[in-house]
Design a binder for this molecule. Structure first.
Ligand SMILES: C[S@@+](CC[C@H](N)C(=O)[O-])C[C@H]1O[C@@H](n2cnc3c(N)ncnc32)[C@H](O)[C@@H]1O
Length: 363
């Protein structure tokens, strides 16, 4: 009973401190960790201090609850540390009383507090300044910001905002897109560990982000996406917008999605063929594999068993690379995008994408 009461009081103290910090707008840098650690440390080291803090911070309801629990705890005759009785309500105190009741801060705490207050003040002033500049600019252009804001809110609510954005993207895509496609073949999930699947989901996200930003986006499809990778992607906010950015996710295998198998080229570093250029109408397949070099030749084996052409990137032809030439899915994806952006210049495309740690340099 005593333990339960102490636990209840403790939980209330966490809530009280949390509500106090949120009031102080410190919530942005007080993490859950602080909320949990701070009261637990103080509770076990000094119950009095927690209750002084709570008394200073908590609202009337919290205090009543703590009082009740204190009484319960005392009734139960607990041998554990008793919760001290709370001083009278703040409302009945003068300002001076309140000040003298405030817990003293250490020099370090005071320094941190002042620093934080200064930063907040700076932030507030900067925001005000930015708002002023924006307003003046809008005024000079003869725009009615209030009306624009209302219109935007209206569009957000009825969904026409997204529709307009999607239409804009579609038109841009039609004008500028690459005429070749990319598939990500995610059928190897069963051979991958949980952390590799997690990495794959992240790599797919990078591919989507690159494509969205690309000068010449490409129509992309992640195929055989029905297991854990899909579940992980389902948590990504805005996933339902991906299809409007020409990035599709499907449970179907690539052979079901593709209309013509002869147009498929499976990219794999194990191939004996080297890509010379990317052809309109072709679909380049990247194996959705994260294997830390464990699953040897799985991509080429699949391609050969299905009778699909294979090719490797022309890395050796253009670069000196001392590390592995087996790249991640998102790097391969980005190279295919950069090839188009750099008007078919493989060297530039490779150097633009490959990270410095790969120690890639021009030949
Ligand atoms: C991390 S690799 C997977 C390596 C895996 N052991 C395999 O059998 O393909 C991920 C995918 O990126 C593509 N890839 C990686 N490096 C490549 C290269 N040098 N040339 C062509 N494709 C490459 C392939 O499609 C490959 O399946």
């Amino acid at each position: 009973m005593a333990t339960k009461t102490r636990r209840l009081a403790y939980v209330r103290s966490v809530m009280a401190i949390k509500s106090c910090f949120s009031e102080l707008e410190k919530i942005s840098f007080f993490t859950e960790h602080h909320f949990i650690c701070y009261p637990s440390l103080t509770y076990h080291n000094s119950t009095d201090r927690v209750y002084r803090d709570i008394e200073r911070m908590a609202d009337e309801n919290d205090k009543t609850a703590i009082k009740t629990e204190t009484a319960l705890s005392q009734e139960s005759g607990s041998a554990e540390k008793q919760v001290p009785e709370l001083p009278p309500n703040d409302a009945s105190k003068t300002e001076d009383d309140k000040k003298s009741d405030e817990p003293k801060m250490s020099k370090n705490q005071l320094k941190k507090k002042r620093k934080w207050e200064k930063a907040m003040e700076f932030k507030r002033k900067r925001k005000e300044q930015q708002k002023k500049v924006k307003l003046e600019k809008a005024k000079a252009e003869g725009r009615d910001l209030e009306a624009e804001k209302e219109e935007m809110e209206k569009r957000r609510k009825d969904g026409t905002g997204w529709a307009k954005r999607n239409q804009f993207w579609q038109e841009m895509f039609e004008r500028q897109s690459c005429k070749y496609q990319i598939y990500l073949d995610c059928s190897f999930e069963k051979e991958m560990t949980h952390s590799e699947i997690n990495s794959l989901a992240n790599q797919i996200r990078y591919c989507y982000a690159s494509n969205k930003k690309a000068k010449h986006p490409v129509k992309a499809t992640a195929c055989s996406l029905d297991g854990e990778t899909r579940k992980l992607l389902n948590h990504v906010s805005g996933l339902d917008q991906w299809k409007h950015r020409a990035f599709h996710l499907t449970e179907k295998d690539m052979t079901e999605v593709a209309e013509d198998k002869s147009k498929l080229v499976y990219l794999t570093s194990d191939s004996t063929n080297t890509l010379t250029n990317l052809k309109d109408g072709k679909t380049y397949i990247i194996g959705g594999i994260v294997d830390r070099n464990r699953l040897k030749r799985v991509a080429i084996n699949k391609a050969e068993s299905l009778g699909i052409q294979t090719a490797k990137l022309p890395i050796e032809e253009y670069l000196n690379m001392f590390s592995t030439k087996v790249l991640t899915c998102n790097h391969v994806f980005d190279i295919l995008l950069k090839w188009k952006e750099n008007n078919g210049d493989w060297k530039k495309a490779l150097l633009d994408v490959l990270p410095k740690k790969k120690e890639a340099s021009e030949k």
